[in-house]
Design a protein around this ligand. Structure first.
Ligand code: ZN
Length: 66
């Protein structure tokens, strides 16, 4: 099973976020929670044809009601 480890910064508090995704993770949209501030972050992961990550973008999860 392919395991993808991602390291980026929280768009809210700037703390480092470590994500571990397996190959079963959806490619287009993920919703994670920052372990530091608890705010939702939207993770967009792009994979190539072999399932290798070619680009990742982490941004604030906006537009949700609440
Ligand atoms: Zn945070």
């Amino acid at each position: 099973m392919a395991i993808v480890e991602l390291h980026d910064r929280c768009p809210w508090c700037g703390a480092r976020i470590d994500l571990t995704l397996d190959e079963n993770a959806p490619e287009d949209d993920l919703l994670e929670e920052c372990p530091h501030c608890g705010r939702p972050v939207d993770v967009q992961l792009r994979l190539d044809g072999n399932g290798c990550p070619v680009d990742v973008e982490i941004r604030r999860d906006d537009g949700s009601s609440g």
